[in-house]
Design a protein around this ligand. Structure first.
Ligand SMILES: [Zn+2]
Ligand SMILES: [Zn+2]
Length: 343
């Protein structure tokens, strides 16, 4: 175990020194430059996509400190920072800020797809450390009601789920199915319920029914029992199926239960899917993806979660156990989060 931050301007960090190779070590505390904010990290969620970052599959230059579900306190301000002050409680998600404000995407209000935007924990060091530095447009305010451990996962998993549902043009009372009750799905059920939809949880086995209903699902469908499509269609005209589990056959089967104008919303990464075009055409259906969201979306997510009392189910680890935590991430129930600061 390495001592915590000392007076030599160094900090403890979990560093990926080469693809797949971790070291817990002391590195210099980062300094702000123009427009940047330094955040004292209190907690940082561990996301499934961190495993792709650590393996080098999505292209960070090593050494790199991953971590893009950051919750902390503003600790230093670079020149020109106007939106935040020292002591503010803030989050940083996968959206790493630095949007140009001038490209066609920015002008269409899509900061997240701007080519100038960096990925937190990919193009700059992220939150698996005692401090991180990010552009001010990457930061979101955390409401007082939400503690740091809860706030972290809302900055990636939470905003991914919330943004994906709220942007589909549904009406209150519409029938929404959530496939999978894991890290994303357990949030999807809660957000869909609080957004005012009639919610169906779909998962394998009977053992998850009680939890699904506690999270807010009105209905539960066991996908291992016969006639899944018929049982789903019996509940009504399904307008949205949120797919959070990378289970190709299940997703293909569920797509057959979509109603008129229904959308198959993909949040899980699968190599390929086979969907019948005639079904899409004849029922005016679509298959849609949804990227995470920017810092404004994250701030909306945090506010909505505070107002509606939405909570992630968490497994908490110390920073030193990040490798073990990530190795088990696909088996983790719900969200994993590193407790880094003293609180
Ligand atoms: Zn993530
Ligand atoms: Zn831009």
């Amino acid at each position: 175990m390495i001592a915590s931050t000392d007076n030599n301007n160094t900090m403890k960090a979990a560093v990926v020194v080469a693809a797949g190779k971790w070291e817990i070590k002391q590195i210099p505390i980062p300094q702000t430059t123009k427009g940047q904010v330094r955040v004292k990290v209190m907690a940082c969620g561990v996301c499934y996509s961190d495993s792709m970052i650590v393996s080098g599959r999505v292209g960070p230059i090593f050494p790199r400190v991953p971590g893009h579900e950051i919750a902390g306190i503003v600790d230093a301000l670079g020149e020109g920072v106007t939106k935040f002050k020292i002591g503010d409680r803030v989050g940083v998600g996968f959206f790493g800020g630095g949007h140009c404000g001038e490209c066609t995407d920015c002008l269409s209000n899509s900061w997240v797809t701007c080519k100038s935007v960096g990925g937190c924990g990919i193009s700059f060091n992220g939150g698996f450390a005692e401090y991180t530095v990010a552009p001010q447009d990457a930061l979101s305010r955390i409401p007082d009601e939400i503690d740091f451990l809860q706030a972290g996962p809302f900055c990636c998993a939470g905003v991914t789920v919330f943004n994906s549902i709220r942007n589909q043009g549904l009406r209150a009372g519409d029938l929404v199915a959530v496939h999978g009750i894991g890290g994303l799905g357990h949030l999807g059920i809660q957000f869909a319920r609080k957004l005012g939809y009639e919610v169906i949880a779909v998962s394998s086995g009977d053992d998850k029914e009680q939890l699904a209903k506690e999270l807010g699902a009105h209905h539960y469908i066991n996908s291992t029992k016969p006639d899944v499509v018929g049982r789903l269609q019996a509940l009504g005209n399904i307008k949205l199926i949120m797919c959070t589990a990378p289970a190709k056959e299940s997703v293909e089967l569920l797509s057959k239960a979509l109603g008129f104008n229904g959308k198959l919303l993909l949040l899980a990464i699968m190599k390929e899917l086979t969907i019948n075009p005639l079904q899409l055409i004849s029922k005016n259906q679509s298959v849609v993806g949804s990227y995470c969201g920017d810092s404004r979306d994250t701030e909306d997510t945090l506010k909505f979660a505070a107002n509606q009392n939405i909570k992630s189910m968490l497994q908490v680890y110390p920073l030193e156990q990040v490798e073990e935590c990530l190795n088990n991430i696909s088996k983790a129930r719900f969200r994993a989060v590193l407790k880094i600061g003293d609180f």
